[in-house]
Design a protein around this ligand. Structure first.
Ligand code: FES
Length: 106
């Protein structure tokens, strides 16, 4: 298990245990992070799993995929730290990963 920290827009931190091999989106759903709706179930076609990755972690994640980049164009509040959580696989190297939940998805 890997510890992941979801930060609410008001700064409240929610620490969850995520299973290696699952996506960050799946970890959010399993722990009731309701800002992550994941309407498409992880198919990279809805962008309702948008998060802002903490700058300290940004370069430690796999690169932004082409489809992910296209989907993020439709996201209100996108910035250079934006990712789709369904496209981030949890690995041991991501222990302590911190992402901020999007205000626009509340
Ligand atoms: S769950 Fe739909 S794009 Fe991530």
């Amino acid at each position: 298990m890997v510890r992941v920290i979801f930060v609410e827009p008001d700064g409240t931190e929610r620490n969850v245990e995520a299973e290696v091999g699952h996506s960050l989106m799946e970890a959010a759903l399993r722990h009731g992070i309701d800002a992550i709706r994941a309407d498409c179930g992880g198919g990279c076609s809805c962008a309702t799993c948008h998060v802002h990755v903490d700058p300290a972690w940004r370069n430690r994640l796999p690169s932004l995929g082409e489809t992910e980049d296209l989907m993020l164009e439709f996201v209100e509040g996108r910035d250079e730290h934006s990712r789709l959580s369904c496209q981030i696989d949890v690995s041991a190297e991501l222990d302590g990963l911190t992402v901020k939940l999007s205000e626009e998805q509340r």
